[in-house]
Design a protein around this ligand. Structure first.
Ligand SMILES: [Zn+2]
Length: 367
């Protein structure tokens, strides 16, 4: 991996006044030291005198394998290869693969938390994918909220298909938005979306008490004119969809029509998230249909899903997001973009090593 400049590092000591701020010139190069995977810089914060490895706060901290091998393992796993296949293809032990996949997944989740904040999004699509963990009779659904415009995964949640899953998904998604009251939400017919929509995207108000006695009425929610919820309810017989009913469950009709026009849709649909379901099933070994790959531990299921989400958002270009170049470069007519580029978080396609090497402030499981 190319060594980043000293200015890009920041002090990771939470007690230090410069903690988390880069480019202050307080990080000095103290010395080189040797590790099993090559020479590494030991850095020192001149404010608090703390010394730390240049890899502290990244997924590569304390990893004994060469970077290229770690990158290869993550690439293999996020292209739908089981841990066993990956171990054979990269000449690594199976337990090393699963350990590194978990470390990389936890790191990808923190990178997502750090970067996916204050998102300027006007519509969202939500859906759930079926899967297992542990045993075939223990379902583990993976619910996703995606921005149909940039194809960026805003929030992911795993678990049994209960109201709790929908709550974690929708409240998690809302916490990442710049304006949660300007959202048009497109979902399938699953009822928790409808019942939770006012509490998540509405504005709370306290109704007046009738008379002077008795308890105050419950907190209620008013749905702003700038938001809306559309349910696309599909009825299927066997594997075939026989009927699609569109229900405008909440919010203003005009706002929904305006959003449909800006997305270029004729009718409300959940096509972006459904297309992503296909991509996610190809990328995540535990979601590939009719495969033998299986997550035995909920933790592994969760971290691999986070890893796949991170690689999808930051490292994989999406053909539908490409933009035409003003002047063709040789035979190249388009610039390819990742979802993170389309939503404005970054302006380059990240390599997997860049994702793994991004410094995040706190790394509680490993420090
Ligand atoms: Zn410091």
């Amino acid at each position: 991996m190319q060594s980043p400049s000293l200015n890009s590092f920041r002090c990771l000591n939470l007690a230090c006044p410069t903690a988390g701020q880069s480019g202050l010139g307080n990080i000095r190069h103290r010395k080189w030291y040797d590790t099993r995977s090559g020479p590494r810089r030991l850095l020192r914060c001149s404010t608090c005198a703390q010394e730390f490895s240049e890899r502290k706060g990244t997924a590569l901290w304390n990893v004994k394998l060469p970077c290229e091998r770690v990158e290869s393992i993550v690439e293999h796993v996020t292209r739908g290869n089981s841990f066993k296949q990956t171990a054979e293809l990269t000449h690594t032990h199976r337990t090393t693969v699963s350990r590194l996949a978990c470390i990389a997944g936890e790191h990808a989740a923190r990178v997502h938390d750090q970067h996916a904040q204050d998102l300027h999004v006007t519509s969202l699509q939500a859906d759930e994918r079926h899967g297992f963990v542990g045993r075939k009779d223990q379902p583990c659904w993976e619910a996703t909220v995606i921005d149909p415009c940039s194809k960026f995964i805003v929030q992911n949640a795993l678990g049994a298909r209960t109201t709790d899953l929908a709550m974690r998904l929708l409240f998690g998604a809302r916490s990442r938005l710049h304006d949660p009251h300007g959202i048009v939400l497109f979902t399938d017919g699953w009822l928790p979306y409808e019942s939770l929509f006012p509490a998540v995207f509405g504005r709370p108000f306290q109704p007046k008490r009738q008379g002077k006695r008795g308890r105050f009425p419950k907190l209620q929610y008013r749905i702003p004119r700038t938001s809306g919820h559309v349910r696309i309810i599909k009825t299927s017989q066997g594997k075939r969809v026989v009927d699609i009913r569109i229900e405008r469950a909440a919010g203003s009709r005009r706002r929904v029509d305006q959003e449909l026009a800006s997305l270029g849709y004729n009718t409300p649909n959940t096509s972006a998230v459904e297309r992503h379901n296909g991509t996610a099933r190809r990328m995540n070994p535990h979601q590939v249909r009719r495969s033998l790959a299986f997550a035995r531990l909920p933790h592994v299921r969760q971290t691999v899903s986070d890893l796949v989400g991170g690689v999808y958002n930051f490292c994989r270009v999406n053909r539908s997001l490409r933009v035409k170049l003003d002047e063709p470069m040789g035979r190249r007519q388009y610039a390819q973009r990742t979802p993170a580029m389309a939503i404005g978080i970054t302006d380059t396609v990240w390599s997997v090593l860049r994702l793994l090497g991004t410094v995040v402030m706190k790394n509680p499981c490993r420090s």
